[in-house]
Design a protein around this ligand. Structure first.
Ligand SMILES: [Zn+2]
Length: 365
């Protein structure tokens, strides 16, 4: 099978053409990180040169087990559930049955479902040791010679489970990869304030929240400074992931994006100095010279009439002028006051088009 390969060196990222490769364990002296193609969800397999393996999330279904078998995986040392949403733990029960790990890393977020409870019961009934992130300092895990740094865990967010995502910096030699589940603005702010060094200078960034508009912002890219972004999502997903604003932002920063919906499983292979990234299917657009120029200043479209103050508008105004339904207008009223229109994104209620429309017709005072 033809595979696309990007080569990441200390100096530059180049496209090296098409290579033939197959799912296989790491070659001697190399670590491999794979963004498994599990549809709309996350499942990231990390393997060390010594044969140690960790799985970060298990996708929405037991299909992840087939993907793991395709990689030739024999056993797992650690599994991680970044947060309690089923597109991240849907296949985990089957994974721990078929590849019983030694450790289970998850948060103590109170959000739960029947399936998550069964997963916890299965862990409790086994020899698997549960471990948790620390709130006040990072926690390091040695996966053979691959270092996993668990970022300090933000305080629990009772409204937005995405904000309870575990953050991981994966390091092997000079290569650093940042995985932050579906984290949004609040978690990003916490990490930027509490552990900026652990965020900074990761050559590869997994976009949080499947490329949603609330998973990435300019400040984040300014600190992380990724050379390549990767994202796991399903083709034709109903959420519109990846969102156009994120694609535009990456284009402005000239950061190429590799997507599992386009390339299937994405494999990062590194000896700690040189890194090759291959996709299961060939890429079709990744010439960095074809990307738009550096960031420009964006202007919001001007409103035709006077703008509505989002912090004082009545429910009727929100529905009539902005065309919102009763549920979303009630959510706006419940979450007031807003300090900026950007905070609307945190509600996770609106499509990118709706956000643009609201932004063009409202102010925050
Ligand atoms: Zn998710």
């Amino acid at each position: 099978m033809n595979r696309w390969v990007a080569r990441l060196t200390a100096a530059l990222l180049t496209l090296a053409g098409f290579l033939t490769a197959s799912a296989q364990p790491p070659p001697p002296g190399k670590a491999v990180i794979e963004l498994l193609d599990v549809g709309q969800g996350d499942a990231i397999l990390i393997r060390s040169p010594e044969g140690k393996a960790a799985l970060v999330d298990a996708g929405p279904s037991r299909a992840v087990v087939d993907r793991l078998r395709e990689t030739g995986l024999q056993s797992l040392d650690l599994v991680v559930v970044t947060h309690h949403h089923a597109d991240h733990y849907g296949g985990m029960l089957e994974v721990i049955r078929q590849f019983p790990p030694r450790y289970f890393l998850a948060t103590e977020s109170r959000r739960s479902t029947g399936l998550y409870v069964r997963l916890l019961e299965a862990v409790a009934a086994s020899d698997i040791t549960p471990v948790y992130p620390w709130h006040d300092r990072p926690r390091t895990i040695h996966l053979g010679s691959v270092l996993l740094t668990v970022l300090p865990q933000p305080p629990e967010d009772l409204q937005e489970e995405n904000e309870n995502s575990i953050g991981l910096r994966v390091s092997y030699g000079d290569l650093h990869v940042l995985l932050t589940g579906d984290s949004q603005r609040r978690a990003r702010r916490y990490w930027l304030q509490n552990c900026p060094d652990l965020i900074a200078d990761c050559q590869i960034l997994k976009l949080a929240h499947h490329g949603s508009h609330n998973g990435t912002d300019p400040l984040w890219l300014d600190v992380v400074r990724p050379r390549v972004a990767i994202v796991s999502l399903g083709a034709g997903n109903p959420y519109g992931h990846p969102h156009p604003q994120v694609l535009q932002l990456l284009a402005e920063y000239r950061i190429p994006l590799l997507r599992t919906d386009q390339r299937g499983t994405i494999r990062i292979e590194t000896d700690g100095r040189r890194t090759d990234i291959t996709g299961q299917r060939p890429a079709f657009t990744l010439a960095s010279s074809s990307l738009p120029s550096r960031r420009n200043t964006q202007t919001r479209p001007l409103a035709d009439g006077p703008r509505l103050n989002l912090n004082t508008a009545s429910r009727r105004q929100l529905e009539r002028i902005l065309g919102l339904n009763p549920a979303t207008s009630a959510a706006i009223i419940r979450n007031r006051p807003f300090r900026s229109l950007d905070e609307l994104e945190d509600l996770d209620l609106f499509t990118p088009d709706q956000l643009t429309r609201i932004g063009s017709r409202t102010v925050v005072r």
